[in-house]
Ligand binder design. Structure first.
Ligand code: F6P
Length: 350
């Protein structure tokens, strides 16, 4: 009997741990399930153009600790292209792929959910540094981003203290504050601004002034890129964008709120203030041990779902168990930060 051929792609923003997933899928699939693998380059773009490569055990050896993705990635949305769905269906058939493992966030997995509805055998793996995917407690990549941001906050702490300054650290996370809250708690932030619970600038300034009155002469403020600027408590918030462009999934490019917050703090408190925008550093380099293990567990579970013929599912972490959830559930809504976690951060404000 001919061996089954399985396709694998990584889509959306890259994140540490992608290579751990690819390695685990191929290793378990070749050795235990006797599958062949086709790597699809640049996410959905590669499936539209059949830009692919045969993936062997040798190709996935030595990649566990490497950041990025050996398969490259893109934010291509095939459903926006004329006949995109038909092109994908045709290419899958012509290349004899019996299933697709799709590693991505909300957008990439949203396409996988649509393809599954159209009869294509898809299994999803939840990836994003933002941790904003429903259906799973954690996405891989998030832990690495939180660790990078925490280290940055630690470093900023000592220079803030030496200069008696306020330091504002802007982190990624899109429209959620997962990275901000967790790195803020881990790094001992004096205030964390997140989209889930808006705080106006006056309240931020009052808290900093109070802190300095009780003898502290520096402060650390962590700001999520998706938090909004509110000048007064009853203000309607404003999202700060890098430009007016949107990507193929309609997402705006967030960024820049840190600089505005820093200026407002300096103006409102009189304390010298600086800003650090962490940006893509949070997505670069080696994954943490947690993300290597989580990516490996996800990869193994994904190829096992393929072997069982359980399609239309995403592997997810619930408690400490990896379980399948419907792809449709995973992409139904953005997962925002729990109120309890924000309350924990708040204990340390001011
Ligand atoms: O979704 C991951 C993420 O890093 C977000 O936190 C950020 O807003 C966005 O991607 C940046 O996208 P790009 O890589 O296109 O600049």
């Amino acid at each position: 009997m001919a061996k089954k051929k399985i396709g694998i792609l990584t889509g959306g923003g890259d994140c540490p741990g992608l290579n751990a997933v690819i390695r685990a899928v191929v290793r378990k699939g070749v050795v235990f399930h006797n599958y062949d693998f086709v790597g699809i380059y640049h996410g959905w773009a590669g499936l539209m153009q059949m830009n692919t490569v045969d993936l062997t055990l040798r190709d996935v050896s030595g990649i566990l600790h490497r950041g990025g993705t050996i398969l490259k990635t893109s934010r291509t949305n095939p459903l926006k292209e004329k006949d995109g769905m038909q092109t994908i269906e045709r290419n899958i058939q012509e290349n004899g792929l019996s299933a697709l493992i799709v590693v991505g966030g909300e957008d990439t997995l949203g396409v996988a959910a649509k393809l599954y509805e159209a009869g294509i055998n898809c299994v999803g793996v939840p990836k994003t540094i933002d941790n904003d995917l429903s259906g799973t407690d954690y996405t891989f990549g998030f832990d690495t981003a939180v660790n990078i941001a925490t280290e940055a906050i630690d470093r900023v702490h000592t220079t803030a203290e030496s200069h008696n300054r306020v330091m504002v650290v802007e982190v990624m996370g899109r429209h959620t504050g997962w990275i901000a809250v967790e790195a803020g708690i881990a790094g001992g932030a004096d205030m964390v601004l997140v989209p889930e619970k808006q705080i106006d600038i006056k309240t931020v300034n009052d808290a900093i002034i109070k802190r300095h009155r009780r003898g502290k002469d520096f402060s650390i403020v962590v700001v999520a890129e998706g938090a909004q600027i509110m000048r007064k408590p009853d203000d309607e918030g404003t999202l700060i964008l890098q430009d007016q462009k949107t990507d193929e999934f309609g997402h705006v490019r967030l960024g820049g709120i840190g600089s505005i917050v820093a200026k407002e703090i300096e103006k409102g408190t009189g304390f010298e203030t600086r800003v650090v925008i962490l940006g893509h550093v949070q997505r670069g380099g080696s994954p943490t041990a947690f993300d290597r293990v989580l990516g490996t567990r996800y990869g193994i579970a994904a190829i096992d779902l393929v072997a069982k013929g359980e399609f239309g599912k995403m592997v997810s972490l619930r408690g400490n168990k990896i379980v399948p959830v419907p792809l449709s559930e995973a992409v139904a809504e953005v997962k925002t930060v729990d109120a309890e976690l924000i309350e924990i951060a708040e204990v340390f404000y001011g």
